[in-house]
Design a protein around this ligand. Sequence first.
Ligand code: BTN
Length: 262
Amino acid sequence: MSESLPEQSQQYSNQIIGSRIVHHKVISSTMTEAEQLANQDCDEGTVVLADNQISGRGRFNRDWISAPGKDLLVSIVLRPKLSQLRYVNMAATIAVADMAKNITEQSVSIKWPNDVRINGKKVAGILVESALDNSTLKHAIVGIGINVNSDPESDPNTGGNSTSLFMETGEEIPIKSVLDSIFFSMNELYVKVLQGCSLTQMWAGNIDTIGEIINVKYGDSFVEGIARGVDPEGNLIVTKPDGSDITLVGGEVTLKDAFTGT
Ligand code: BTN
């Protein structure tokens, strides 16, 4: 394990996120290491950063494939109240979306609940894992994977509807500048969350899913309908073909265009 460069620690020393940085060249998953540190009572805001992951994981137990040394792979240990947990995901997603807008000057949006997309192609994913002790939140680990300088469309392992900051700008982007941007804005948002603010309005304003005909997989179930909006907690309200509404706490959305090819 190698600790961060001193200047990195100094740079984030006056904020929660990045209070300590543990940097690995290669790791199994930054999520696993961050969880171990959290269980050892590390400081809130401790960050595990890696140049490469052997077993990176995404939502729904999927693999998260990244290009060694070219992408941003980070997990952050936070300790909000259980009632604030939903805003942690929002803070991370807004911070990543703002960074992508500033760097690419393209159309950036959020696919509910936490994919960041540029012109409809996924550039980043966020994974929040949490540990509860009865009804108290012990910690939350926020994992962020951003395609920075890779070419995910030409990679047979990722392919699909993905892009990177490099693909959108034609320029190599210093990973450190991406990190600075998301740490500073996520920290500002997280402080607001700790002060009791809701981030739902800001987050919902970036969601491209609203108004679309969608298919959502949640648990072992599927629902098709029109995404009507999000409630104050950030849950997705879907109107089904029979006119009734269903409120979804989580799930995987597929936009109709994507699943019918129309
Ligand atoms: C998603 O499914 O879209 C979420 C992907 C989250 C990937 C990141 S990369 C850094 C951290 N470590 C992991 O193993 N996963 C998260």
